[in-house]
Design a binder for this molecule. Structure first.
Ligand SMILES: Cc1ncc(C[n+]2csc(CCOP(=O)(O)OP(=O)(O)O)c2C)c(N)n1
Ligand code: SF4
Length: 306
């Protein structure tokens, strides 16, 4: 393990790209979906130069204690609310200096859907040259699992002990509505599609947004070994649509679900946060159908228009 010393929060040594983005020896929980996402991102980055801004979240704890870092890339820790604003500064500096550096944000759902939304929306509206990742574990994981606006209906959290009563925000639609060049969801159970879309997003210019459903065994009360299976079940049942949107109007469905009710039941039954009696599977099936009717209509319109 070659953890590099850092000065002023930024690793000073040039990147050795044989070094993975997420080094061994980090303290993330076993089976953490965020770790799987970082490993996929590591493969997508390849030899590209990147700088990563990470706000308060599990992902910044991952770095470990100063002056060491468990990240094999320069990382700037930002306040919760400012990741996209800090990334704007880094990206503009890199562009002024004509450095071929891709500036990324790696943030949880709390830092994206809620606390960082103002700077995220502002940077997207200005079409800053940033690739923003939201790894969505559907809670404030790092502080013990409070509800966020990404928490799904029926999920018990420390602040919704009887199960959340509201649906999660549709973050992809919100980001697409900014008419940014690229917004997409990626599945950790479909590595080819995931890495190919990460590579595409890395090479595009302007504001890009990728949304990752990231199982959190600690908060979801699920088996660490079942995370990828849970994501596959979410994709196959249609609960987590894998789609991409270009320029806010060209919608494409990347993975067609089979709308399996068995997979949906597996998803809910294999997570302790969903207690029987606090969610209605029939209601969830209806919501999935409604959402997919909208998505298919958008994809049809795109096909006929472009
Ligand atoms: C303004 C502010 N409020 C609260 C905190 C405490 N805090 C640090 S991390 C965190 C949770 C982050 O949740 P999320 O963004 O979903 O990422 P996760 O921890 O799930 O990886 C909180 C509440 C903080 N650092 N700053
Ligand atoms: S609390 Fe959840 S997101 Fe955070 S490191 Fe553990 S498994 Fe990963």
């Amino acid at each position: 393990m070659t953890h590099e010393p850092m000065i002023g929060g930024i690793a000073q040594t040039p990147l050795d790209r044989s070094d993975p983005l997420l080094r061994p020896g980090n303290t993330n929980c076993g089976g953490c979906g965020m770790s799987i996402g970082l490993n996929m991102l590591s493969r997508a980055i390849g030899k590209r130069n990147v700088q990563i801004v990470i706000p308060a979240c599990c992902g910044i704890v991952t770095a470990g204690p100063f002056p060491w870092s468990a990240y094999g890339a320069p990382v700037v820790a930002s306040t919760f609310a400012s990741a996209a604003a800090v990334a704007t500064g880094l990206s503009r500096a890199a562009n002024l200096q004509k450095r071929d550096t891709r500036v990324l944000c790696w943030a949880g759902d709390g830092g994206t859907y809620d606390i960082g939304m103002a700077t995220l929306s502002a940077a997207a509206e200005r079409n800053e040259d940033i690739l923003y990742f939201c790894y969505d574990n559907e809670i404030y994981g790092n502080t013990g699992g409070q509800r966020s606006s990404a928490t799904p209906v029926g999920a018990r959290t420390t602040t919704t002990p009887k199960g959340k009563g509201r649906q999660k925000k549709d973050i992809l639609a919100i980001m697409a509505a900014h008419r940014i060049p690229y917004a997409a969801t990626v599945s950790l159970a479909h590595p080819e599609d995931c890495i190919q879309k990460m590579e595409k997003a890395l090479d595009l210019r302007g504001f890009r947004f990728l949304h990752i459903l990231a199982p959190c065994p600690t908060g979801w009360k699920s088996e660490p070994a079942e995370g990828v299976q849970l994501v596959r079940a979410a994709v196959r049942s249609g609960l987590f649509p894998v789609v991409e949107v270009e320029d806010g109007r060209k919608w494409k469905i990347d993975i067609q679900p089979d709308f399996s009710r068995e997979e949906l039941a597996f998803y809910f039954e294999h997570q302790g946060r969903f207690r029987k009696g606090f969610f209605d599977l029939d209601e969830i099936v209806r919501e999935i159908q409604e959402h997919w009717e909208e998505l298919e209509e958008k994809a049809r319109r795109t096909e006929s228009a472009y």
